[in-house]
Design a protein around this ligand. Structure first.
Ligand code: FE2
Length: 300
């Protein structure tokens, strides 16, 4: 299989090189990966009625086989299609990204059936505003979020815009102010104590590290900040029908402008397996904070 980035094309024989490119913030396109779903599975996915959707995305948990975000008669067929997609992606990535595969954690897969252009969503949920990914209910504890996407739409491109990766963007005055504000809020001792009290009272609150709290706040702050959205560097990408691509979405600000019918599989990549750990969001946040933001016991 050959892989290519937005500019250059290189052989895949040097797996460490693919990891380096991803960690430096490149989107790696997999041109010869094929569609990653059979035509029959694509037909199932593209015929899901809007009335069956309970959330903006349909999720599939590879570790349990659970389907979320939809109900109705087609649920079992959709779950089976997502399971087959997830298995293919994991097998391909285990070969392509061997340095990560020994310690990564396989996260959710998802199906994105809605048209992205013109959606009426609250600011925090908008996909068309540049943001870094952070999961509210699944703290990464400093592991990196790697995502494999496939545009299964047979006719239309999926349009993205990205900005500079976090290790470059941290020199942007506006971004740096947002990051420092997010870290200051997240590092308040009261925030951690309040959530601990809530958990002791039986509330289902995730045990987030200060790093995870900072990234969640930064996700929201980036979307809300009009000056950042208007003034940051921007790069446009057009993913053709059938294209798959890999990117660390925790460090590459991204927004989806247009497109319908995409699949995705996420991974948590451990800090210990990174080729360039100083470029990871956890390292950047810790440099800005001047201290560790992830308890050692909490790491992946
Ligand atoms: Fe995202």
């Amino acid at each position: 299989m050959s892989v290519s980035g937005s500019v250059v094309e290189r052989p895949s024989s040097n797996l460490a090189d693919v990891c380096d490119r991803l960690e430096r913030g490149e989107i790696v396109c997999l041109e010869a990966a094929g569609l990653m779903v059979d035509e029959s599975d694509r037909a199932v996915l593209m015929s899901v009625p809007d009335t069956a959707l309970r959330h903006k995305n349909v999720s599939y948990a590879p570790r349990t086989g659970a389907l979320g975000g939809m109900a109705g008669a087609s649920s079992i067929a959709v779950r089976d299609a997502l399971r087959r997609y997830s298995e293919r992606v994991i097998e391909m990535c285990a070969a392509l990204l061997a340095p990560y595969a020994g310690t990564w954690r396989i996260e959710l897969a998802s199906f994105r059936p809605m048209e992205e252009r013109g959606r009426n969503l609250p600011v925090r949920e908008r996909n068309d505003l540049l943001h870094l990914d952070a999961y509210p209910n699944r703290p990464s504890n400093g592991a990196r979020i790697l995502r494999f996407f496939t545009n299964i739409n047979p006719e239309r491109e999926r349009l993205w815009v990205t900005s500079d990766p976090m290790h470059l963007l941290v020199d942007n005055q506006r971004f740096r102010a947002l990051a420092q504000g997010a870290i200051a809020e997240a590092d308040s001792p009261w925030v951690g104590r309040l959530s601990a009290v809530g958990r002791s009272l039986g509330l289902a609150l995730p045990d987030r590290s200060p790093f995870d709290r900072a990234m969640l706040r930064l996700h929201d702050a980036m979307k809300r900040d009009r000056a950042f959205q208007a003034g940051c560097p921007k790069f446009h990408h057009r993913f053709a029908p059938g294209t798959s691509w890999l990117v660390f979405t925790d460090a590459v600000p991204h927004a989806v402008l247009e497109g319908r019918y995409a699949l995705e599989q996420s991974f948590f990549v451990s800090r210990e397996s990174l080729r360039l750990p100083d470029l990871a969001p956890a390292a950047i946040v810790e440099r800005l904070a001047g201290k560790s933001m992830v308890p050692r016991m909490a790491r992946l």
